[in-house]
Design a protein around this ligand. Structure first.
Ligand code: GLP
Length: 262
């Protein structure tokens, strides 16, 4: 659990961790997430590609989720989001970028084949995660089983509300999405969750320090052997042990190289 002074510093830390993993293993299988929080992470990765030659040419990416019923070129689709925020600005081979196809005629077959592709590439090395206000990771809405795999989920009312603005009204938000399951996410070798802003403070405290419950799928990450949660000060306000987390980041050798980031 790491607390950074503001949203930019939190995103910078996450981008640096991704860059370090990618440099150590150019064939990295990278799990990606969408949402407003991730926009600054992708902006920083693009900058590192341009200025430091961060190389995406051999990496493979798998996104967490995609809306059912949207074409890939729909401006609201997560495929479009990824193209605009990351893929078209770096040297990733688009054939190596994977998102579930929300237009597949057989959605269950699509979910099975998505899981099979992840397995074919040896599993996800590093999974980037945001958190919804209801505590979901991906679109694993309340009561998602911790052993769930990639599947179609009906979106919860709070999720529809949260996404209403970008769709121009709750009625226009797709009702369903394909999402990696909680079980799929827990199998990745490392998880990296980023949250910022006061609206996430309560759910972050529940996710990190609260009891494990399928009502809040992010609590499943407490079972993950290597999960790092990065938040800014406003999102850290409800944490009970924040002084301990601050001390770990300030003193543990693992974090030394990341301390000087703005
Ligand atoms: C959507 C995505 C989640 C993401 C969440 C938070 O629901 N499916 O993966 O974490 O939004 O988005 P934001 O960063 O905009 O708060």
């Amino acid at each position: 659990m790491i607390i950074r002074p503001d949203a930019d510093a939190a995103a910078a830390l996450v981008a640096r961790i991704i860059a370090k993993e990618l440099r150590a293993n150019p064939h990295l299988v990278l799990g990606l997430a969408t949402g407003r929080t991730m926009e600054s992470v992708y902006r920083l990765l693009v900058r590192m590609h341009r200025k430091e030659g961060l190389d995406f040419s051999l990496c493979r990416t798998f996104n967490l989720d995609e809306y059912v019923g949207l074409y890939p070129d729909d401006p609201h689709s997560f495929r479009h989001y990824m193209n605009e925020h990351l893929f078209r600005h770096v040297n990733v081979d688009l054939r190596n970028t994977h998102l579930p196809n929300g237009q597949a005629p057989d959605l269950d077959a699509e979910c099975r084949s998505y899981e099979a592709s992840i397995a074919r590439f040896g599993g996800i090395d590093l999974q980037l995660l945001g958190i919804g206000q209801a505590g979901h990771i991906g679109f694993n809405e309340p009561l998602s089983a911790f052993r769930s795999r990639t599947r179609v989920k009906a979106l919860a009312p709070l999720t529809l509300e949260q996404n209403a603005q970008s769709f121009g009204g709750t009625d226009r938000v797709p009702r369903r999405a394909i999402t990696m399951g909680v079980g799929t996410i827990l199998e990745s070798r490392r998880c990296l969750l980023l949250a910022s802003g006061p609206a996430k403070a309560e759910i972050i405290a529940k996710a990190v320090e609260g009891p494990i419950t399928a009502m809040i799928s992010a609590t499943a990450l407490q079972l993950h052997a290597r999960c790092t949660v990065v938040v800014d000060e406003p999102a850290a306000q409800r944490l009970g042990a924040s002084e301990y987390y601050r001390r770990i980041f300030a003193t543990e050798p693992e974090w030394e190289e990341f301390r000087c980031l703005e």
